[in-house]
Design a binder for this molecule. Structure first.
Ligand SMILES: NC(=O)C1=CN([C@@H]2O[C@H](COP(=O)(O)OP(=O)(O)OC[C@H]3O[C@@H](n4cnc5c(N)ncnc54)[C@H](O)[C@@H]3O)[C@@H](O)[C@H]2O)C=CC1
Ligand SMILES: N[C@@H](CCC(=O)N[C@@H](CSC=O)C(=O)NCC(=O)O)C(=O)O
Ligand SMILES: [Zn+2]
Ligand SMILES: [Zn+2]
Length: 379
């Protein structure tokens, strides 16, 4: 390929400072070094975690950076020693790596991987602790090891899932974050059983994917909780059977749910990132066995709290990252499930825009009607 080994200049949305509009810049993307993969990103969706870091509330947030972590593309070139993907492969970048060699990967207990986490948290690549992005010589930090709001990005080889080339990249880009997170929170982290009563706090993409996963797991009741009542109509299509708006009640929402479920729900999921709601989600669980899973990402400085008695009396508090899915192994499997129409993806896409329109896409995200907005990166 003509660009192999060369610096590529392409368009990318640069976050120069927290909360300031992203700027479409001509960015220089260096060739991949050993163990790295350069990807042409074709489609990238926006996730609320991008907005969270952009807001300045992420303790790991570094500026200037290129955000974006829910995307799909085609391998342009690979660095020395990369064996599992080659130019032309269709791929999904994975912010949660899977090296299959580290203590985490070998534990059989978690999908977290330790191999490149320190570098991705510092916005650089492992090989030389430097960035592959620059604008007129100024280095730009990577984000979550993916930086998909760029027409080309460089990622570690342990952070790339090779997928079926027949899969539509403008759709399966969503399998890079929100949809797997919700499904996996139910299937891998909580392991919801048939007949369970489930409460889902927050009916955005992640909460709706929780509802979809709970329906597939055979939950008998799926109670959706949101402060925006307009969310309920759409939520029914994803499996939500009942809706509760905390604003319609004087009592704390956990008490409302305990009263409606003969003592509490079997499983609850917090899909907002609000620590008060995290507490409510735990406390609406049934004494003795109810399990609550934290999915939402809360701002720097926020802390969860509850009476320890809630745990002493058998409730379980857990959290999940990428729904507990092993990224490189299981993202291709999720793509196959989508191709067989066993999981929804298209239904989460409410808007399609271009990279140049990225600031408008973030505005849309904060409006109630938007689930996922997919950017065409080369339109
Ligand atoms: N743990 C993980 O691996 C991942 C976590 N996330 C996080 O999950 C969260 C949800 O993401 P999205 O679904 O994309 O967000 P979203 O913003 O689309 O959905 C949140 C929903 O919560 C509702 N809401 C807000 N405040 C509420 C309250 N006090 N009570 C009830 N409902 C309330 C909103 O109306 C909205 O419908 C975010 O914090 C995101 O950063 C996202 C992906 C992966
Ligand atoms: N950097 C943040 C934490 C952000 C966070 O929790 N990220 C999730 C994925 S959210 C995706 O949209 C995650 O997988 N975390 C595990 C990890 O290793 O980063 C902070 O410090 O608050
Ligand atoms: Zn995300
Ligand atoms: Zn690992």
């Amino acid at each position: 390929m003509a660009t192999r080994g060369q610096v590529i200049t392409c368009k990318a949305a640069v976050a120069w400072e927290p909360n300031k509009p992203l700027v479409i810049e001509d960015v220089q993307v260096a060739p991949p070094q050993a163990g790295e993969v350069r990807i042409q990103i074709l489609y990238s969706a926006l996730c609320h975690t991008d907005a969270y870091t952009w807001s300045g509330k992420d303790p790991e947030g570094l500026f200037p950076c290129i955000l974006g972590h829910e995307a799909a593309g085609i391998v342009e070139s690979v660095g020395e020693g990369v064996t599992e993907v080659q130019p032309g492969d269709h791929v999904i970048p994975c912010y949660q790596a899977e090296c299959r060699e580290c203590k985490f990967c070998k534990s059989g207990k978690t999908n977290l991987c330790g191999k490149v986490r320190s570098a991705t948290g510092a916005g650089v690549m492992m090989a030389d602790r430097k960035s592959r992005f620059s604008v007129n010589g100024k280095s730009i930090y990577h984000f979550m090891g993916t930086s998909t709001f760029s027409q080309y990005t460089v990622v570690h080889d342990v952070s790339v899932a090779k997928i079926d080339p027949k899969a539509p990249l403008d759709k399966v880009c969503l399998l890079g974050c929100g949809v797997p997170t919700g499904l996996g929170a139910v299937w891998n982290t909580a392991k919801v059983e048939s007949g369970s009563i489930v409460a889902v706090f927050g009916l955005g993409t992640v909460g709706l994917a929780v509802a979809e996963g709970a329906k597939a797991a055979g939950a008998s009741r799926i109670i959706g909780i949101d402060i925006d009542s307009k969310k309920f109509d759409r939520a029914k299509d994803f499996g939500v059977t009942e809706f509760v708006n905390p604003k319609d009640h004087d009592k704390p929402i956990q008490q409302v749910l305990v009263d409606q479920t003969d003592g509490g729900v079997d499983y609850s999921f917090e899909c907002i990132g609000n620590v008060s709601v995290m507490r409510a989600a735990l406390e609406c669980c049934h004494k003795g066995w109810g399990t609550s899973v934290i999915v939402g990402v809360a701002a720097s400085g926020q802390e969860v709290c509850t009476r320890p008695f809630q745990l002493v009396t058998g409730r379980v508090w857990k959290g999940t990252a990428f729904g507990g899915f092993k990224s490189r192994s299981q993202v291709p499997w999720l793509v196959e499930k989508y191709m067989k129409k066993e999981i929804k993806v298209d239904e989460y896409i409410t808007h399609n825009l271009t990279l140049a329109e990225i600031n408008k896409a973030f505005d849309l995200m904060h409006e109630g009607g938007c689930l996922r907005c997919v950017l065409n990166m080369h339109a």
